[in-house]
Write a protein that binds this ligand. Structure first.
Ligand SMILES: [Zn+2]
Ligand SMILES: [Zn+2]
Length: 241
C-alpha cells in the first residue's frame, strides 16, 4: 500500500486471468474513521488486509466498505474482507444495493457466459454474492469521512450504480471503472451498461478539476493534465451514442 496524500492510500490490484481491482483507503489516519474503497477479486482479501496492516493501520479503524460498483473484480473478496472486519458497514449506490440484497447477481457477473466460467473456475455457488447493504448512496451526498469531505457522484454507463468519489479541494477523483489513464474508459457491454449513459457520465466528470486520478485498474495518475477527462469524453463520444 502506498500513500497518495495524507488520507488517501492505494493498494495495487493483483491481476490474474481476471483483473483484481485496485483498492483505496481514505480518511486521515488520526481520525480512526477509515473507509476501504472496493475490496477486489476472489482470493485477494488476505493480500488487501495485509497491505493495510503493513502501513501500520489498525483494522478496527476501518469503519466501512464503499463500493464504486458491484462487479465481480471489485466485490469478489468482500466475504474474505468481512471476515476480518465484520463490523465494517457496506455502502453501495441504491441502484445496485437492491439486486445485491436480493441475490440478483446479473450486475456482479455482467454476462451469463462470464458467470458460468467464474462459478466453475472459483467454485462459486449461485447466490454467494448476496449482501445486506447498510447505506444506500443516492449520488449527490457530501460524505464526511475521516476528517475529509468526499462528494458522491452517480456516474452510470459502465454499470447502472457506478459512483465516483471526489475530493474537491485536493482535486482527487476515484472513478471506479468509468475512466482510466491513457484515454481509456470502462466497457459498456455488460448487464445494464449503456453507452449514452457512459458518455454523460464522462462529460459530467469532465467538468471537475481533477489532478489525481485513482481508477479501478491500470496505472494511477498524480499529475493529470487539465481537461484530460473532457478530452477522453470527446474522443469516445462517437462510439457512445
Ligand atoms: Zn473493474
Ligand atoms: Zn467494473
Amino acid at each position: 500500500m502506498t500513500q497518495i496524500t495524507e488520507g488517501v492510500y492505494f493498494i495495487n490490484g493483483l491481476d490474474e486471468f481476471i483483473p483484481d481491482s485496485h483498492s483505496y483507503v481514505v480518511g486521515k489516519l488520526g481520525s480512526q474513521d477509515l473507509s476501504l474503497i472496493d475490496p477486489g477479486l476472489m482470493g485477494k482479501g488476505s493480500y488487501k488486509i495485509q497491505s493495510i496492516q503493513d502501513m501500520g493501520i489498525e483494522l478496527k479503524a476501518i469503519k466501512r466498505i464503499i463500493m464504486t460498483h458491484t462487479h465481480l473484480d471489485h466485490i469478489g473478496c468482500l466475504h474474505e474482507i468481512k471476515e476480518q472486519i465484520p463490523w465494517a458497514k457496506l455502502w453501495v449506490h441504491e441502484i445496485e444495493a437492491g439486486p445485491l440484497e436480493e441475490g440478483d447477481e446479473r450486475t456482479v457477473y455482467g454476462m451469463d457466459m462470464f458467470r458460468s466460467m467464474c462459478q466453475m473456475q472459483y467454485n462459486l455457488k449461485p447466490g454467494v454474492f448476496t449482501f445486506a447493504v447498510d447505506k444506500r448512496l443516492g449520488g449527490k451526498e457530501n460524505l464526511e469521512l475521516g476528517d475529509m469531505t468526499w462528494e458522491v457522484i452517480h456516474i452510470p454507463g459502465h454499470s447502472p450504480g457506478s459512483i465516483g468519489l471526489y475530493h474537491r479541494s485536493e482535486k482527487i477523483l476515484i472513478p471506479g471503472d468509468v475512466v482510466y489513464a491513457d484515454y481509456a474508459i470502462g466497457r459498456f457491454d455488460l448487464h445494464l451498461a449503456r453507452g449514452p449513459d457512459l458518455k454523460n457520465s464522462l462529460l459530467r466528470l469532465g467538468e471537475l478539476e481533477v489532478k489525481v486520478l485513482l481508477p479501478g485498474h491500470n496505472r494511477i495518475v498524480q499529475d493529470l493534465p487539465p481537461g484530460y477527462i473532457a478530452d477522453t469524453a470527446r474522443q469516445w463520444a462517437p462510439y457512445l451514442s
